[in-house]
Design a protein around this ligand. Sequence first.
Ligand code: SF4
Length: 361
Amino acid sequence: MYPNDIEAQRHPFSYSYEELKDFLAAHDFPAYRAGQLFEWWYKKGVASYEEMLNLPKDMRKLLADILPCPLPAFTHKEQAPDGTTKYQFVKNQRGFEAVYIPAVAGSKTNTLCISSQSGCPLGCRFCYTASLGAGQNLEVSEFIGQYWAIWRDLNFPKTAAEGKVTNIVFMGMGEPMLNEENVRRAAYLFNEQKGLDISSRRITISSAGILPGIERLSNTPFQLAISLNASFDEERSQVMPINKRYPLKDLVALLRRYPLPNRRRITIEYVLLNGVNDTVQDARRVADLLRGIPVKINLIRLNPHEATIYRPSTPKQVEIFQQTLMDAGYTVIVRQPRGLEAHAACGMLGAFDDAANCQEE
Ligand code: SF4
């Protein structure tokens, strides 16, 4: 587990490659040593300096003193029958969770959904995490630590076929734009060629609609996902109170001018809530709202839990909603829930101990 004073020290997993070079130079070590360290940490899965035998002994000893590398570790894990595994970490007596979602047959995408806060103050009314209230922001090393601890638990797979994580989504507990700087730094670290080397196309940062953070994200190469979940202001403010501060009109205007490299699209997430936001009229309004913006739309049937008043839309309603958007020219995917039995599916994080109490209808 992380030591409690992890925030007080600089953990090696918070250093970019360039920063590490500078750090080493300040201690009279040549730049190529940074490459060796990155190789050990991120290619070979070795964190203990003692095992880094291509480093001189005195350097290993000094690094253990000046840049200790306590191993990130999870406290619990639970696997659902579909192989999706939820891991709980602890920060200052508050849990936060990450979910490993292995590829389904025919796909080579192993996704890691990571948390950015140990709770969330935004209060989206379909989300379990909201019921925990605000949490703490995670440090950069705790983002990388979620990856690293799970990589170790998987026995350090080297390829996607072996189970190595190919995609990172910042869609776990918390609102990434409320921990914006650490999220951005962590995303660059996941992307670092000399390190984990995950393509920026495969790193997605999600937001409930904190506009200044989204605006700044537009200067990065990472994928943007927006949690939309309603088709007009009154409805959205009811489902997602943050809409009162950043209303739909401003959100959509920002998405319209959001710069996107060729062939990239913004992902729109839409949780379907029975009788709330799932009518044909809603689908038509969504189609009108997003007209002209390069998007792909993911529909998610609510994963029910005890902390929400909402119920999932019927499969028929989901189908009609999808078809209406497709008829309007959109790419629309209905996301199949993963990890339901482990309380690991979308909108369910934060309830580790209650997992057994929550069943699909
Ligand atoms: S959906 Fe995301 S932003 Fe909304 S309360 Fe849950 S964790 Fe926070």
